[in-house]
Design a binder for this molecule. Structure first.
Ligand SMILES: [Zn+2]
Length: 159
């Protein structure tokens, strides 16, 4: 499908943020049952979920199997493009540096976070990759919304 027009607008209404975060939470709970780091992510384009990711590092023996990466990969396949401008990423935990690089490279327009992680989070740490506007030739920074369903996103994450 070549329908991912670069309109730059986030693909879902702000008022649906909690609804989409609950979907990400459901995926995080699947990760919990698998003894993974407890992260779930979805990518939304024009109000439709086009990618889902469940943390899978342990299960897949793959350090890159973060929920965000998996959701982004699935979204790229769904939309048949690596440009995710106009898409939103919902993730229960703040994306790490690796995921932040991919989020920026894909040009995702909005990132909605449940629980912030200041020590390794790509947004709130000393290395705010998603919001750094000084990197040449990168898509513009996404809008960041943090703390959506924060309490629910924190509860199962005691590790
Ligand atoms: Zn990550």
């Amino acid at each position: 499908m070549a329908g991912n027009e670069a309109d730059g607008k986030p693909g879902g209404a702000t008022d649906r943020a909690e609804e989409f975060m609950r979907q990400a939470l459901r995926l995080a709970r699947v990760a919990l049952k698998r003894d993974e780091v407890l992260v779930g992510s979805i990518v939304v384009y024009r109000g439709r979920v086009v990618g889902e990711g469940i943390e899978g590092v342990q299960d897949e023996k793959d350090l890159t199997a973060h929920a965000e990466i998996k959701a982004i990969k699935e979204a790229c396949h769904s939309l048949d493009t690596f440009c995710l401008r106009g898409c939103e990423l919902y993730t229960t935990v703040e994306p790490c540096f690796m995921c932040s690089f991919v989020i920026r490279s894909a040009g995702i327009s909005r990132v909605v976070i449940g629980k912030a992680v200041s020590y390794i989070g790509g947004v709130s740490s000393r290395h705010p990759i998603p919001v750094d506007s000084g990197i040449p030739d990168w898509p513009r920074p996404p809008v960041i919304v943090s703390g959506v369903l924060e309490k629910e996103c924190k509860e199962p994450f005691a590790r």
